[in-house]
Structure formats: structure tokens, C-alpha cells
Design a protein around this ligand. Structure first.
Ligand code: SAH
Length: 255
């Protein structure tokens, strides 16, 4: 068999944010290797396929990744249409390059199908553009997460140098993130918005500032979350506060 492997973005969570291309490939798939985070309704679109859950949440373990690479290569020898279904977009914090390298080394054809990445789903939900004409001209996508033996890199400097940032895989490290970004030169009053489970019904948002973020760290979070840093979140935070005050007032007056 001379199969083809599709690295497919499943989007941020909500099944109807899947692309049509992804849905059609799932219908044709013989075997699907999916991330743990992918919604069951999306996996269920692969009616003909055997379905294999791979990877931990934020699967960071390199042996596990090597095992996934090998399974993709092996599957292409047995099946015509192999789908590797990954949360969000495969090309952003998705370890797609390691899978591509393994497929190329084995001479296996592959194609990548983009998906809606978490930060863009979260921005949509907040109604806050990640860029703002004239004031927010850059947005940086970073993660503070480091694997075994990796150096910490320059993620904090790149957030400090950009007008705004989206931090992936950082929710468990709110305290450290706050300290490092302030040390890197971000003003302590910089607005922060943390969006958990973007696009899903159970989604929650916490508004804060860089200096106050550690206090909120406890409230965060069971699900995956994106941390936004940037001036454009100030107006959204005020609007949320006004909404909350109105809701409280109407609850008090018994309406
Ligand atoms: N390739 C994925 C990111 C994988 S890394 C993408 O493009 O979205 C996993 C991280 O993505 C999580 O730690 C979290 O920061 C973020 N994430 C994934 N799904 C999310 C969601 N529904 N809401 C908020 N953040 C999410």
C-alpha cells in the first residue's frame, strides 16, 4: 500500500469550527490518530476508520512523539488514507515538523490541512481583534514550555518587544510568566485576558493585569487556556466588569 498521511487541524474545540476539507478527509479515512483534546463529535465523523487516541494533553514527551511518528509511517504501509488529527492548527505548537520529518525520511506522501488555532478562536469569542489599526501592530505567539534539555529561549523578550502576545501552554505557570514578563520590561499594568476552553460552551475568561495575574492563577483552570497580553484587552475587561455590575444589580433588585 502506498498511503498518504494527512496532518489535519481539528480546530480549537467546537466541532462546527472544523474545515470542510478536514470533514471530508475524516469521512474517507481508513485510520485516524487523534489527540486527546479533539472533540468526540469530530472523531466520530471518521465513520469508516479505526480510531486511535495518541499523545497526552499537550503531549510533550519525546519518546511518545517518536512512537507516534513510527505509527504514522507504519500506517501508511497498510492504509490508503491516514489522518493525524491534531488540536487547533497543526503548524502551531503541534509538533507537526517532527511528524513531517519522519514521513519524509520514510518517503511517504503527506499533506497538511490547517485548522483554527486556539488564540484566534479566543479572540473571536472575546470580540477583541489581536491587531488594532494604529496602536497594536504586532502579535507574537509564544510558549514558555520547555522540553527536557531545551533552553528557555527568548519567548519573554519577544512578548516584551511586540505590541501584544498570545501565550500557549502557560496557564499552569501564571506566576512565573508574570514575573518574567515584568522583568523583561512589560509594564505591570499591562492588561491580561485568560481564555479557557475557547469555542466550547464551558469556556471561561479571566481579565487581569500582568502584576495581578498570580492572584488569579488559582482560579485557572482545568481546561486548556490561552493567555493574552496587550493594551487591546483593557476595553474588553471594562466592558465585562460593567456587564457583571449590571447583572449583580439586577439580581439584587430581584429582576
Ligand atoms: N496546535 C494547537 C496548540 C497546541 S498546544 C493550536 O493551534 O491551537 C496546547 C495549548 O493550546 C494549550 O495549552 C492551550 O494554551 C491552547 N489551547 C488549545 N485549545 C484551546 C482552547 N479551546 N482554548 C484555549 N486554549 C487552547
Amino acid at each position: 500500500m502506498n498511503g498518504i498521511v494527512y496532518l489535519v487541524g481539528a480546530g480549537p474545540g467546537a466541532p462546527d469550527l472544523l474545515t470542510l476539507r478536514a470533514a471530508r478527509l475524516l469521512e474517507r479515512a481508513d485510520i485516524v490518530f487523534h489527540d486527546a483534546l479533539v472533540h468526540a463529535e469530530i472523531v466520530a465523523l471518521a465513520t469508516r476508520a479505526s480510531k486511535v487516541a495518541v499523545g497526552k494533553r499537550c503531549g510533550k514527551h519525546s519518546t511518545a512523539q517518536k512512537f507516534i511518528n513510527k505509527r504514522l509511517v507504519d500506517a501508511a504501509a497498510l492504509h490508503e488514507v491516514v489522518v493525524r488529527l491534531k488540536g487547533g492548527d497543526p503548524m502551531l505548537f503541534g509538533r507537526a515538523q517532527e511528524e513531517i520529518a519522519a514521513l519524509e525520511a520514510a518517503g511517504i506522501r503527506y499533506e497538511v490541512v490547517p485548522g483554527v488555532t486556539a488564540a484566534l478562536a479566543a479572540a473571536a469569542q472575546l470580540g477583541t481583534s489581536l491587531t488594532q489599526r494604529g496602536s497594536v501592530r504586532s502579535v507574537t505567539f509564544v510558549t514558555p514550555r520547555v522540553g527536557d534539555g531545551e533552553s528557555t529561549g527568548t519567548w519573554a523578550q519577544s512578548v516584551a518587544a511586540a505590541d501584544s502576545g498570545a501565550i500557549y501552554m502557560g496557564a499552569g505557570q501564571a506566576e512565573i510568566i508574570s514575573a518574567i514578563l515584568i522583568a523583561a520590561g512589560k509594564p505591570p499594568s499591562t492588561p491580561v485576558a485568560v481564555v479557557e476552553n475557547a469555542s466550547l460552551p464551558e469556556s471561561r475568561t479571566i481579565f487581569s493585569t500582568l502584576e495581578a495575574l498570580p492572584q488569579f492563577a488559582q482560579q485557572i483552570l482545568n481546561g486548556p487556556a490561552v493567555i493574552f497580553i496587550g493594551p487591546q484587552f483593557r476595553a474588553r475587561a471594562r466592558a465585562a466588569q460593567r456587564e457583571q455590575e449590571r447583572a449583580d444589580a439586577s439580581a439584587r433588585s430581584g429582576r
